[in-house]
Ligand binder design. Structure first.
Ligand code: AKG
Ligand code: FE2
Length: 320
């Protein structure tokens, strides 16, 4: 398969029991993960109507007055949850801040959750704006996206020669983030090098992304060319993040990507970043090393890894 193309993979076999079909899908996914690090998925069960309802919820949220959104603003104590105002982060810290605003939720926790009570890192209550139906829509989608992410990990494990359920107990209380993104139309002076989202790799294991029809996502191939990742109605764009690249001893590739700010057009996207459980040990998988291919990285806990990656992103703003 050419590394220059982002394949479209139907994952419906991952919802069934046919081992041969599952292995076939897993192999297509594995090829993409070892090659360009990006793939589209369809056959995931989320309908176009479901997706449109999500985007409607997102548009309504970002249309709220700035002071209303700031009532749920992210801060160092909100566990990477809440509203990130315009220019609140720079995904490429060497460039001017990103022209976007965002809203994050994480795993929904009960007020008496032991990790919450003991102040574990990245554990906090989700913040909810005063918007009818918002909480239900977001939590519902969080569950759906997590389910898809776990099925993808079943495919990864199968393709890597591990037990299909290898990642299951490492993803049952994950450091996952569901993030609504809004890129406003560019107006006035845009600083040199400023993007909707600067070039970066994602930090977690896998990212599931829904975009609108505006376009703007670009992916850097191994040969250094930037190619467009076009909008495909109803499909997710998925990509491997740095944590899974490390876990697989660089067998799977986390590929740089960016969002070019749309000229004169508003853009919305919805990302689900799946990071492992905080106490999952990310260490070279047993099938990913061998003679001549030793483990390249020290073992690290999931939460330590995420922390090491999130800090520089927000540094400029002091938001989290
Ligand atoms: O908005 C997009 O299309 C992609 C955003 C992205 O890559 C990210 O937030 O990590
Ligand atoms: Fe990204």
């Amino acid at each position: 398969m050419s590394e220059q193309n982002i394949p479209v993979i139907d994952i419906k076999s991952l919802y069934g029991m046919d081992r041969q079909e599952i292995a076939r899908t897993a192999s297509l996914i594995g090829d993409a993960c070892r090659g360009i690090g990006f793939f589209y998925i369809k056959g995931h069960g989320l309908s176009l109507d479901d997706i449109e309802a999500l985007f409607a919820t997102s548009r309504d949220f970002f249309a709220l007055a700035e002071d209303v959104k700031k009532q749920v603003e992210i801060s160092p104590s909100t566990g990477n949850r809440g509203y990130v105002p315009m220019r609140g982060e720079a995904l490429d810290p060497s460039k001017p801040a990103d022209l976007k605003e965002a809203f994050n939720i994480g795993l929904e926790l009960a007020a008496d959750d032991p990790e919450l009570v003991t102040g574990a890192r990245f554990r906090a209550l989700n913040l909810w704006p005063d918007q009818p139906g918002f909480r239900e829509t977001m939590l519902d989608y969080f569950e759906t996206a997590l389910d898809i992410g776990r099925r993808l990990h079943m495919a990864f494990a199968t393709e890597l020669g591990l037990d299909a359920d290898h990642f299951e107990d490492k993803l049952d209380r994950p450091l996952a983030t569901l993030r609504l993104l809004h890129y406003p139309p560019q107006r006035g002076v845009v600083e040199d090098g400023q993007m909707g989202a600067g070039a970066h790799t994602d930090y977690g294991c896998v990212t599931l992304l829904l975009t609108d029809e505006v376009g703007g996502l670009e992916v850097r191939t191994r040969t250094g060319d930037w190619i467009k990742a076009p909008y495909i109605p109803g499909a997710f764009v998925c990509n491997i993040g740095d944590c899974l690249m490390r876990w697989t001893n660089d067998t799977y590739v986390s590929t740089p990507h960016r969002v070019v700010s749309p000229a004169g057009r508003e853009r919305y996207s919805i990302a689900f970043f799946l990071d492992p459980n905080p106490d999952a040990i990310v260490e070279c998988l047993p099938t990913c090393s061998g003679p001549g291919n030793p483990a390249r990285y020290d073992p690290i806990r999931g939460d330590d890894y995420l922390e090491s990656r999130l800090n520089p992103t927000y540094k400029a703003s002091g938001l989290a």
